[in-house]
Ligand binder design. Structure first.
Ligand code: FES
Length: 350
């Protein structure tokens, strides 16, 4: 279609690729037609900030200085009105229509490039009444940082779900995930429905930016449900690397039967080179049960344990719990930029 016809017909044909220039960072990257800014950046090994990939968390926000974009869903859904009005948009929801200039609040660095590979389920082990540990052996080795996650696609049940790695990289390349049975959940229902050993999945990984930050500050880890998976992965990797620091691990669950992996955590505690306190807190345990531990919400107990030294927060689990924990840590004097979080949203493939 020539330019004249395009003009008179009013049709817009986007270029085969657009260039995104990051103001003040001397950084440029190409985005092929039809890809989002985030998708393209990650596949080029650029550490574009992100978490959920579905327009919910706001982590991938950028300021659009010039150029036009198509939005898959309105960025206004994942950003406050003020940010949206100031020109911020979401990298995971924007497809460039032309060359763009953008501004980011963070400095871009290098990231591991996500790969796609098929993988066989090699083991499934019940960890709690509603949690299975699924071990898979991928065809291609996946490099990842403890705390990151994978998109797991199951062709047999037509579902894609995201799960954090629950153990650090293994010498044999196997990978583990904690899968919680979600009422009506397609993938978790399929996995819990029988022995799936030998079934084939497709993995795309790594994604996410949750992980250990170098410091000597005491780690305040807060895990809600299977939010324990990335926390455990990070802590186990610290033991392997002999980089232990003082740790307070708050583990929030509804009832005693929801607490899981305590044997693994206790094994970590035994060999830990520093203070390591595990504080399980149950929110819905019957008042007449044998439970002698803490009851209520994890946030109610921060004050008792945080006693003045420098802290960093590592929070994983359902967004409302993570939000509440973040607010309480900041209220108690932990700098917001030292609170790192992985909120478990439903994440589609990138
Ligand atoms: S809103 Fe884009 S990564 Fe969460």
């Amino acid at each position: 279609m020539n330019e004249f016809f395009k003009k008179i017909s009013g049709l817009f044909v986007p270029p085969p690729e657009s260039t995104v220039s990051v103001r003040g960072q001397g950084f440029q990257f190409k985005v092929p037609r039809g890809q989002t800014i985030l998708e393209s950046a990650l596949h080029q090994g650029i550490a574009f900030p992100h978490d959920c990939k579905v327009g919910s968390c706001g982590t991938c926000k950028y300021k659009l200085i010039s150029g036009r974009v198509n939005e898959l869903t309105s960025s206004a859904m994942g950003l406050s009105g003020d940010l949206y009005q100031s020109g911020y948009r979401l990298g995971c929801q924007c497809i460039p229509k032309e060359d763009l200039e953008i501004e980011l609040d963070t400095v871009l660095g290098q990231a591991l490039v996500p790969i796609e590979t098929s993988a066989l389920i090699s083991k499934q082990k019940r960890l709690a009444h509603d949690i299975i540990e699924m071990e898979v052996v991928p065809d291609k080795q996946i490099a990842f940082y403890p705390g990151q996650y994978a998109d797991v696609e199951c062709a047999e049940c037509s579902a894609v779900r995201s799960y954090s790695f629950s153990a650090p990289p293994q010498p044999d390349g196997s990978l583990s995930f904690h899968v919680r049975l979600v009422p009506g959940g397609v993938f978790s229902g399929w996995l819990f429905g029988g022995d799936r050993t030998g079934a084939t999945l497709t993995l795309r990984a790594p994604y996410g930016q949750f992980g250990l930050h170098e410091s000597n500050a005491t780690m305040v880890c807060v895990a809600g449900g299977t939010g324990l998976a990335p926390i455990k992965c990070v802590l186990q990797s610290m033991t392997q690397a002999q980089r232990e620091r003082d740790v307070l691990l708050f583990f929030g669950a509804r009832q005693q039967r929801d607490l899981y992996c305590l044997d693994e955590i206790e094994a970590l505690q035994l060999d830990w080179g520093g203070r390591f306190e595990l504080i399980p807190v149950l929110s819905e345990e019957s008042s007449t049960s044998s439970w002698k531990g803490k009851r209520g919400m994890v946030t109610e107990y921060f004050k008792e344990y945080l006693t003045g030294q420098p802290y960093e927060g590592y929070l994983c689990g359902p967004p409302p719990m993570v939000d509440a924990a973040e607010t309480e840590l900041v209220r108690l004097g932990v700098a917001r930029e030292l609170v790192f979080a992985d909120r478990f949203y439903n994440r589609p493939p990138c």
